[in-house]
Ligand binder design. Sequence first.
Ligand code: CA
Length: 229
Amino acid sequence: MNGKRILLVEDESPIREMVTFALSQDGYLVDEVVDGQSAEAKIAEHQPDLILLDWMLPNVSGLELLRGWKRNESTQEIPVIILTAKVEERDKVAGLNSGADDYITKPFSVKELSARIRAVLRRGASIIGDQIRIGPIQLDSKAHRVHLGGQSINLGPTEFRLLEFFMSHPDRVYSRSQLLDYVWGRNMYVEERTVDVHILRLRKLLKPLGCDRMIQTVRSYGYRFSATQ
Ligand code: CA
C-alpha cells in the first residue's frame, strides 16, 4: 500500500477494470468514475494525488475538464495524465498545452501506465498555463522569466531555452547532439562542446539553491534534468 490516491475518469468499463486492478496491485487507492460530473464530485470529496483522464467522455470532454481544473486554484496542482485513443500530434499538443503532465495512447500496457504514473508523481513538476515549476525553479515561457526560490534570475537566451527544454522533459537523458537539435535548431551549425559551455553557465545560475545538481551529467552520453538526485 503506497497510500497514493488516483482518480480514474474513464467511461469504458474494460479499461476501467484493467487499470483499477493493476493500480490496486501497485498499492494505489483508486477511485473510478465514468464522467466529468462524478469526477468533480469525487474530487470535492477526496483530493486525488493524480488524475488519469480519458479524452473522449460523454457530455463534457476530458480536455474541457482538464482546462477547468487548471483554472481552479484548488485543483490546478493535481497532476493529470491523459488517456487517449487519438494518436494525432495536435491532440497531444492540445492536452499538454492545457496543463496535462503526460499522455498515454490506447491501447497501453499496465506496465507502461504504472511507469508513467511513477514518473509523474516523482517529478513533482507542475505546469500551469505558461508556467512550469519543478522544485524551487519556476519558469514562465511567455514572460521569459525564471524565479529561483522566489528570486528572479537573469538567464541569457540560450540558457533560458535550455532550461525550458529540460524542465519540459525531465528525467530523460539527451545527448549533446539531441540538445543541439532541440534547443539550437537543426539548421544551426554549432559544435557539440558549445552545449557544455551553456550547461556550465546554466548550472552556475542555478547554484544558489543547489539546483545546479538537477542538471546531471550522464557519462559518455549527455545530460539529464531531474528533481531527484
Ligand atoms: Ca472514452
